[in-house]
Design a binder for this molecule. Structure first.
Ligand code: WT7
Length: 651
């Protein structure tokens, strides 16, 4: 745990809205006088009918429910677009940087974006979309992705974005779970000079027997690549956009009406549809965007995430646009065609704030500093980090090399479930410690509890829980309210269980130590080990599989799979390769196993439970008797010896 302290830079001390005293007073008031604090904060949004109530949430089983601003009415797209038109309709809302640096960037002003969103909202209506209907978006990082999100918001349709890197199988599952009727996609995506066959994947997904709810596919022409269009089902975006008017009255939405759902992995079962509401979510995205990045007119703000993840929802689209910001959207990869690319984009668009993930930083660090120092970067004032714990080495490199020592590092801890940042520094208020996400944002009451749920005081380490609701909290799991309660509120009753471990030091700084459940974090992407296991056992030659994470230099965690083959099947390198391909096809490239170890048997208790603790240790390469611990409770202790022996022959 690093105890170096980086004070607020002088430039930020004068410029920022928040200083340390105000931050602390604000946090105190947000907890002690919560109702009036939040009703006051609600005024940052534009309401059709303002709320008179803040939170009516309860974490207790008897009256369980999440409710924020329950009697308020608003429209999210009005907050992100219409209300900016009078004052700065001609300022740039979205700068789009293409994958290929030789191509021309696009710029959309707030007025142009408003125009496109209203038209596409009318297209969706013509396709039959009504308030509450689900629309699945499977798109590359192009402005039409933001247009589609906001068009859904305008008419009250619930969007469900599926990351463009997911397989047809994964896409079909996410369509079927929420019964979406309309799908918006593109002919192809582009990343790092390669084409992603989005429409072909859609065709494959919709050909699956269980995937029958979609009746309309709207296709954006992004690359002009050859694709099949199915008459009666598929229509071109540019055709239908030409045939609608650009006036679309916004649908009045209750603050608690769902804005979107987004599938995320848990420790068990299929990915769940995390449901976010309208008023509380937007308030949280907008407030945290302001507190963490202190955006000012004229700044160019770049969150280098993908719209397929919650980071893209909250910090490329909703937060910055609600705040009238200029948000940069990048189609490609940080290090293509050169490891300088990310910094070249910074220079090209004079980026003020860059928000990216530790895995990106670690990959860039490896390429050497020359790729960074060859660029100017003098426009940078703020650097953000998100997605996984940032190791102090990467933190220092980001700070010293990329930011030349002048930019605070805003390490934001949060989750798909939390809507937006929860524990994070503020640039004008917080002295930083490399690797610590620092302090809770207003309204956030973190606690650290031991295995029995006893709240720890002072410096300590344990399970991170949140003791009360906050405006961005997810409202339910799509179609499974019971699973929502069981997953997050039953382990440590009366609190929201994050699934993360954390440490609090003597100065009150929080240090996230990583997941304490069977979720792993691969390059900032969250994966349930159970999902990879289910994919593996679908293969005809596989009898059983157990998947664990192991430390990986670049990805943070890698995927280590133990595979037991069916009787009569022989382990081989070609089968290993085939299984890797199989998982990629079942889930997507982000689930590619790094290591497959063929295991004659798995360590199980007598009741048949796989002892993952042992598998994690073997995957880490720590096979000492001390590390493996007590194995006498295993049904067959010799299994462990065999796993240790065969580990040596894993390539
Ligand atoms: C999990 C949530 C946050 C939005 C993108 C990922 C880990 C995320 C941090 C951070 C340490 C972090 C946690 C969390 N995580 N940010 N700054 N420091 N860990 O959202 O896919 O829902 O994943 O990512 O383990 O539980 P997600």
């Amino acid at each position: 745990m690093s105890q170096e302290l980086f004070p607020v830079p002088a430039e930020w001390a004068t410029r920022a809205r928040m200083n340390e005293d105000r931050r602390m007073a604000d946090h105190k008031r947000s907890l002690e006088d919560a109702d009036s604090y939040w009703l006051e904060q609600a005024a940052r949004l534009n309401w059709m009918s303002p709320p008179s109530k803040a939170s009516e949430s309860s974490f207790d089983e008897a009256d369980f429910g999440i409710s924020w601003f329950a009697d308020g009415t608003l429209n999210v797209s009005v907050n992100c677009l219409d209300r900016h038109l009078a004052d700065h309709g001609d300022s740039v809302a979205i700068i789009w940087e293409p994958d290929d640096p030789a191509e021309t960037p696009r710029r959309l002003t707030y007025r142009q974006l408003h125009h496109a969103v209203c038209r596409f909202a009318n297209v969706l209506k013509d396709a039959g979309a009504r308030k509450g209907d689900r629309v699945t978006l499977y798109l590359p990082m192009i402005p039409e992705a933001a247009i589609a999100l906001l068009a859904c918001a305008r008419i009250g349709a619930i969007h469900s974005v599926v990351f463009g890197g997911f397989s047809p199988e994964a896409l079909a599952g996410r369509i079927t779970d929420c019964d979406s009727t309309i799908l918006v996609t593109a002919d192809e995506g582009r990343r790092g000079g390669k084409r992603v066959p989005l429409k072909a994947n859609v065709d494959a997904a919709l050909a699956m027997d269980h995937c029958t709810s979609i009746h309309r596919v709207i296709v954006v022409q992004a690359t002009g690549g050859a694709i099949d269009m199915q008459p009666g089902r598929d229509i071109w975006y540019h055709d239908v956009m030409a045939g609608v008017v650009s006036d679309c009255p916004p649908e009045p939405m209750n603050a608690c009406d769902p804005l979107f759902l987004l599938y995320t992995s848990g420790s068990t079962g299929k990915p769940k549809g995390v449901v976010h509401g309208s008023g509380g979510y937007l308030l949280w995205a907008s407030l945290t965007h302001e507190l963490c990045f202190d955006y000012r007119p004229g700044d160019v703000y770049w969150c280098a995430a993908d719209i397929g993840w919650v980071t893209g929802h909250s910090y490329i689209v909703y937060g910055p646009l609600a705040n009238g910001a200029t948000t940069l959207m990048y189609e490609g990869l940080p290090s293509w065609p050169t490891p300088s690319r990310i910094w070249q984009v910074v220079d090209r668009h004079q980026v003020h704030t860059l928000f990216t993930a530790p895995t990106v930083l670690r990959a860039l660090m490896k390429e050497g500093d020359d790729f960074v120092t060859a660029t100017d970067r003098s426009s940078l004032r703020l650097l953000g980090s998100v997605g996984e714990p940032i190791n102090p080495e990467a933190w220092r490199w980001y700070h010293a090399i990329a930011g030349e020592g002048r930019c605070p590092i805003i390490d934001t801890w949060w989750q798909t479930e939390t809507g937006a940042a929860m524990i994070a520094p503020m640039p004008g208020a917080t002295a930083l410690k490399p690797g610590s996400a620092t302090f809770p944002l207003p309204g956030v009451e973190p606690q650290i509890v031991d295995g029995e749920g006893v709240v720890q005081q002072g410096p300590c380490e344990g399970n991170l829980v949140i003791a009360r609701s906050w405006p961005g909290q997810m409202q339910t799991v799509w179609n499974d309210h019971d699973r929502f309660f069981q997953t997050y509120f039953s382990t440590f009753p009366g609190t929201y269980t994050t699934g993360d471990g954390a440490r609090r030091d003597a100065d009150g700084y929080y240090w996230i130590t990583g997941r304490v459940d069977d979720v792993i974090n691969v390059s900032g992407h969250r994966m349930g080990t159970a999902e990879v296991e289910s994919a593996l056992v679908l293969h005809a030659k596989v009898a059983e599989a157990a998947v664990v994470g192991f430390p990986h230099d670049i990805k943070g965690q890698g995927i280590y799979a133990y595979v037991t083959l069916n009787m009569g099947e022989e382990p081989s390198d070609s089968l290993r390769r085939a299984l890797v391909q199989w998982v990629r096809a079942e889930i997507g490239p982000i689930a590619t196993p790094d290591v497959i170890q063929f295991a004659p048997g798995l360590p199980k208790t007598r009741s048949g439970k796989i002892m993952r603790r042992i598998l994690r240790k073997i995957a880490e390469g720590d096979v000492s008797a001390q590390a493996l611990g007590d194995i006498s409770t295993l049904a067959d202790p010799t299994v462990v010896k065999e796993l240790v022996r065969t580990r040596a022959i894993v390539p």
